[in-house]
Design a protein around this ligand. Structure first.
Ligand SMILES: [Mg+2]
Length: 123
């Protein structure tokens, strides 16, 4: 069964890059452009992992993750943060986000992190 990922980023270019990466490796890929859209999508379909950007309009990645993790405690979440956002990272980990990765990141490092976290997943 293919693995599935929801990618949430307000930048179209980032979404497209990540979508292509995971599709190429056989994943089912879903995408959303902000936190509200992500929350709505997760009511329809629960992926194996959520990759979410921190800085987005309307609802940022931290706020969205806090709401999402209250409802879907077992959903592994990786948040993409900017350099120096130590407070945000702390709050994210407190909310149950598994890992934060600093932008810009190496795409293969991200892919490996996603794989590692999906494999660790306890259901
Ligand atoms: Mg952003």
């Amino acid at each position: 069964m293919p693995r599935s990922i929801l990618i949430v980023d307000d930048q179209k270019g980032v979404r497209r890059l990540l979508e292509e990466l995971f599709k190429r490796e056989g994943w089912d890929v879903y995408a959303a452009s902000d936190g509200m859209e992500a929350i709505a999508q997760l009511d329809q379909y629960l992926p194996d992992i959520l990759l979410i950007d921190m800085k987005m309009p309307n609802m940022n990645g931290l706020e969205a993750s806090q709401i999402i993790l209250k409802k879907h405690q077992n959903l592994p979440v990786i948040m993409m943060t900017a350099y120096g956002e130590m407070e945000v990272v702390k709050h994210a980990l407190d909310a149950g986000v598994r890992r934060c990765i600093t932008k810009p990141f190496d795409i293969i490092t991200l892919r490996d992190l996603v794989l590692q976290i999906v494999r660790e997943k306890v259901s």
